[in-house]
Design a protein around this ligand. Structure first.
Ligand SMILES: Nc1ncnc2c1ncn2[C@@H]1O[C@H](COP(=O)(O)OP(=O)(O)O)[C@@H](O)[C@H]1O
Ligand SMILES: N[C@@H](CCC(=O)OP(=O)(O)O)C(=O)O
Length: 377
């Protein structure tokens, strides 16, 4: 038995496009089966927030498209049609179990900006208070590529953090994370993950998922890591096993929590924000940040690139160019170059504050550091 799941009173359940649609249409039988499993969970006095993909996939056939569109405008048109159809079916099926649903469409900005974060939280809390099942999706019809999550796995992890969920359950068409693509005869189920780096070392997630899904298994692993690093256990399994998963049975891949709840702004900074620039640090500054938990001072910066404004997210790199973390920078990119490398004592007192304060900095664990991406061609 998985005690963290059976003891949970509030779960976020994310379901992928491939579990809700067949041939570019909403699949009523599959939606009904999922709704039944969730309604039973609700009937035991517990709460669920459903993060449902499938808007684009459910709009394919009604718009006489042949496959999932690749360009943004067609995806948005499909999502506008498909989202309505999905919600209609959810509303009908949940109503047969005396449950009301509420649609909540979110953009990255809604869930990461301080004010809008509170708005989103207030709405979800209110819906749960009224006994409603909130159904969340990305607001695909207005989100541009620039500001889009694109996959709902990470949106679900941020939602789980937002609503202080006790567990995150990621449902798709595969019953677990395997050591290789499930069609590979050598592939073995991974039943538990305590340390995502060590336990998942060498597994192959490179083969894409379904023709309607977006991220494949990798974005589910990323989402599970986001949740567990913020104190929320996560389970990856198939939609058919939703009932067993919620009952705490040994199905799927269970990710144990690895960290504690962290402030929302740091969740956003670590996982959802786009860096606007890069600060390269000397070795002494890297040590000060990693070993002493220091703030970043001007003296430790050797190079600045990108265009950013004060309070934008920037990447922090070591002298070898590996990303060691991220932070919110205190100065604009126009101003910063004149300060770099200068010791605090040499600076005008007004400019003596740290360039990236410790409280708005997230560092990567040493094994997760990555080499710089190749320059754009
Ligand atoms: N190592 C792996 N273990 C399990 N599934 C994998 C693995 N590598 C790739 N996959 C694929 O990931 C897919 C699930 O991702 P995706 O299609 O994005 O699902 P969804 O649309 O439900 O979010 C599975 O269909 C499976 O083929
Ligand atoms: N917001 C998109 C979600 C796309 C997506 O993440 O799909 P999936 O990989 O199936 O979870 C939609 O509803 O179509």
């Amino acid at each position: 038995m998985r005690d963290e799941i059976t003891a949970a009173t509030r779960v976020v359940v994310k379901v992928g496009s491939s579990s809700l649609t067949t041939n570019g249409r909403a699949d009523l039988d599959r939606i009904a089966a999922l709704v039944d499993a969730l309604a039973d969970w609700r009937a035991s006095g517990r709460e669920v927030v459903l993060v449902s993909s499938g808007a684009i996939a459910a709009g394919i056939s009604p718009l006489a498209m042949k496959r999932r569109p690749r360009n943004l405008a067609d995806q948005q048109a499909a999502a506008a049609v498909g989202q309505g159809i999905l919600i209609q079916h959810y509303a009908q099926h949940f109503a047969t179990r005396d449950l009301t649903v509420g649609q909540v469409l979110l953009t990255v900005g809604d869930i990461t900006g301080q004010q809008s974060y509170r708005n989103a939280l207030r709405t979800l809390e209110r819906l749960l208070h009224f006994g409603v099942v909130p159904i969340v999706n990305e607001n695909d019809t207005v989100a541009t590529d620039e500001i889009r999550f694109g996959d709902n796995d990470r949106l679900a992890a941020l939602t789980a953090h937002l609503v202080h969920a006790d567990a995150l359950v990621l449902l798709s068409d595969t019953d677990a994370v395997y050591t290789a693509h499930p069609s590979d005869p050598e592939a073995r189920r991974i039943s538990e993950v305590r340390d995502a780096v060590a336990d998942l070392a060498g597994i192959d997630t490179s083969r894409g998922g379904t023709s309607v899904g977006t991220g494949g298994m990798q974005t589910k692993i990323d989402a599970a890591r986001m949740a567990t690093s913020a104190g929320i256990p996560a389970l990856v399994t198939s939609t058919q096993l939703a009932r067993e998963a919620l009952a705490g049975e040994d199905v799927g891949t269970f990710f144990h929590r690895t960290g504690k709840r962290r402030p929302a702004r740091l969740m956003w900074l670590a996982h959802a924000s786009k860096a606007r620039g890069v600060l390269t640090l000397d070795q002494g500054a890297v040590r000060a940040l990693q070993q002493r938990g220091a703030s970043l001072l001007a003296a430790g910066i050797t190079a600045v690139s990108g265009h950013f404004q004060a309070h934008d997210p920037v990447e922090l790199r070591d002298p070898q160019g590996r990303v060691i973390g991220r932070g919110l920078v205190a100065y604009d990119s126009d101003r910063l170059p004149e300060l770099i490398g200068r010791s605090t004592g040499d600076l005008d007192p007004q400019l003596r504050r740290s360039i990236v304060h410790r409280d708005v900095m997230v560092l990567r664990p040493p094994e997760a550091r990555v080499a710089p991406e190749p320059a754009e061609r």
